[in-house]
Design a binder for this molecule. Structure first.
Ligand SMILES: *Cc1c(COP(=O)(O)O)cnc(C)c1O
Length: 369
């Protein structure tokens, strides 16, 4: 029995990576993205499983994440993808990470750091092909920046890269626009610097278009067995690695009209049994699921009723039940052949599976299985 527990199936992470590596065109390598504590799954353990499954590189977003992952896997190439303050940069470089650059001022800072550490900083020049976020949107400037990095003895030009805005929207043409822009730029850079790694694809792009694979794919969501298109992960051969479990702490008889939780948002329409699970939005079970989710107990779905509290939720068990205090409850995952996917909760919440698993709070222990 556990109050709230995220169980992580590391075998599933490993198999998902083997599946992704097999999907990649030619020599394209799999870079497992383990930012945000491995999308809430535990970065360190998932990185290890990903490497066992065929990932050859790792990526994170922040300097602090680089510090953790670089320490654990000093032999594995690591890319810190995000914008870095000078302090963040120190953390990333101390961890041996490669970093992203798209502005001259930051290139100067990297060059100075390369001089100070007596070893070139490995950089990936970022081209903003249309995401409108990090990166330089002018291809001529990107090429000039790549040349400047390559010519600077304190820098190593390791990569040129971009990020797609709509790879998960199969009816959007903008993916093609970005792909074409990047293909042109990558060819120009590689004609001068053939060893530079070109990379663009995230998980959705890997499944969508082999032309996006280039030399490396940066996969996050699919590594964890979640569907990049918000559908059924099994249809793409992916296995969800995370389940979120609790237990029935109490079972009580409700008469017609009795209410559960803050604000009395649910009242029993007739006599019924109500189960209380001791987890809530303090654990990342979002309040938006109030009266709008289901929970598996004894292999059957039961409606979550009433308002989600910080530390408790209530479940309608029906007028007759064999459910007893101590029974396991599953909010995400499988039980008795039934399953509730992160994609289902995302749909109910009007969000994406990414946010569901990232939102499982630090209060919930991660158990590796
Ligand atoms: C998070 C991230 C990825 C991974 O994307 P998924 O959709 O989870 O595969 C790749 N590239 C960048 C720049 C990212 O920020």
């Amino acid at each position: 029995m556990a109050r709230a527990l995220a169980r992580i199936d590391l075998g599933a992470v490993e198999r998902n990576c083997a599946r992704l590596a097999a999907e990649l065109a030619g020599r394209s390598e799999l870079c497992a993205v383990v930012k945000a504590d491995g999308y809430g799954h535990g970065a360190e353990a998932c990185a290890e499983a990903a490497l066992a499954g065929g990932a050859t590189k790792l990526a994170v977003a922040t300097g602090a994440e680089a510090a953790l992952i670089g320490r654990c896997f000093p032999q594995v190439p690591l890319l810190t993808m995000g914008a870095l303050t000078p302090e963040d940069l120190e953390d990333a470089l101390a961890a041996g990470s490669e970093v992203s650059v798209w502005r001259d001022g930051f290139r100067d800072l990297l060059s100075a750091r390369g001089r100070a550490q007596g070893r070139p900083v490995r950089v990936h020049v970022k081209y903003d092909t249309g995401m409108g976020r990090l990166g330089n949107p002018d291809p001529d400037q990107v090429l000039a920046l790549a040349r400047a990095c390559a010519e600077d003895p304190r820098l190593d030009l390791a990569g040129v890269w971009t990020h797609f805005a709509t790879s998960d929207e199969l009816d959007s043409d903008f993916f093609e626009v970005q792909l074409e822009r990047f293909t042109t730029l990558a060819a120009a850079v590689k004609s001068e610097f053939p060893d530079v790694l070109a990379h663009a694809a995230n998980s959705a792009a890997v499944f969508r278009d082999r032309r996006s694979h280039f030399d490396m794919a940066r996969c996050g969501i699919a590594v964890y067995g979640l569907d990049p298109f918000q559908g059924d992960p099994a249809e793409r051969g992916l296995e969800p690695a995370l389940s979120l479990r609790s237990y029935v702490a109490d079972v009580k008889r409700f008469g017609a009209g009795d209410s559960a939780g803050y604000g009395r948002t649910w009242r029993a329409p007739a006599e019924t049994w109500v189960g209380v699970l001791p987890l809530g939005y303090g654990d990342g079970v979002r309040r938006g699921l109030s009266n709008h989710a289901e929970v598996l107990i004894r292999g059957r779905r039961h409606p979550l009723v009433g308002t989600v509290s910080m530390d408790n939720v209530t479940v309608d068990l029906g007028p007759e039940t064999e459910i007893e205090p101590g029974d396991e409850a599953v909010l995400i995952g499988e039980q008795g052949g039934q399953s509730i996917r992160a994609e289902e909760l995302a749909r109910r919440l009007g969000t994406i599976n990414y946010e569901v698993t990232c939102g499982i709070s630090a209060r919930v222990p991660r158990e590796k299985a």
